[in-house]
Design a protein around this ligand. Sequence first.
Ligand code: ATP
Ligand code: MG
Length: 355
Amino acid sequence: MGKILKMLGDILFALSINLYNQRCLNKIVEKGTRPVVETSDDELIPRPEIIERLKKIFQPCKSQSSYHMVCGEHGTGKTTLIKIASNEVGCGVIYVDIPANLEELGEAFGRAINFASVDHVSLLGRLMDKPKISEWGSAIRALDYASEVYKAKHDKPMVIVYDNISHLVHKNPDILDILQDNAKHSADDRKYITVFVSSEGSVPRRMQLIEIGDLTEEESMDYLVKKRGIKNIKDAEKIYGLVGGRIVDLKNVADDFCAGKSFEVVKQDILMEVEDKLRTANLLKNYQHYEVGKHVMNVLLRSKELSRIAYEEFFNEPAEAHEILEANIFSYHPEKNIVTFQSRSVEFYVKNIFY
Ligand SMILES: Nc1ncnc2c1ncn2[C@@H]1O[C@H](COP(=O)(O)OP(=O)(O)OP(=O)(O)O)[C@@H](O)[C@H]1O
Ligand SMILES: [Mg+2]
């Protein structure tokens, strides 16, 4: 008797947490998660065209039936821009940061949608002889329900943004498959629109793509001179010549420079990092892919870009072409279907040291 009462108590507890969570979630969807933007306003380079494109995606029309991928190399500013745009839109935008440690996936969902622990809820699953319901799985189901409430009220779908899905690509493609299937079905049903954010070039073709690239020369110089106080234009030009408009590199070099490191020391550090990447990719002299890599680099130095097919034609094996493309020396741009150097610093190394 005592056992039965305890079980009933547990079931009621689980149900009340479910109800409580669902109410919290509906409120959050209404307001949007409004993730904190780490970059301070006085260091921020506004990128209004990209923000406008993102805001359009975050405000889908009633009949919107596609889902999206925002891609771009590491450190091009994807997360920052996504967070700014989702804050500006607010209502109906849920931002979920996929953690590097996938054990924390349930927590990440919990944080995004302010879920109370659903551990207890899994008891219900056990009692009903169902397999244990994972925390993130129940969060997704709850989101599904919240999207119906939102749609009924606003007559348009809400938006879920999954940042850093690259963490799933290699470690747990099964979860990525589930998220992608959900994205497709919910878009087909006009329930919610999913936006994936990734630094991996390979994406399913059926997604609508937005690629976030480097800052322009003017934006980069503005960042160095006006935002970071590097008053000597010649120094700023040298930094831009070395790392181009990759915002994360500009930031790191500006940090070092402002902390008193000389340009020469900063340059040596960057070139050593590139050399390490070439070593890991087996592209240095006497390494496995040196000869074929040299040919690709030679053409890229002259023409800046290659079509994907032209790039692949350098290789005897498609697997070799793919392996080298994964190694952060070259970069594939799905929106234009071209291959380039991965960054200005790689190009700088190849031009000044490799040859
Ligand atoms: N528009 C900007 N103006 C000034 N600083 C920026 C801007 N965008 C990004 N940054 C800074 O550059 C760094 C990299 O930005 P962010 O993390 O947004 O890039 P990311 O593309 O998401 O990187 P990753 O691929 O590693 O996730 C951060 O330190 C961020 O504060
Ligand atoms: Mg990011």
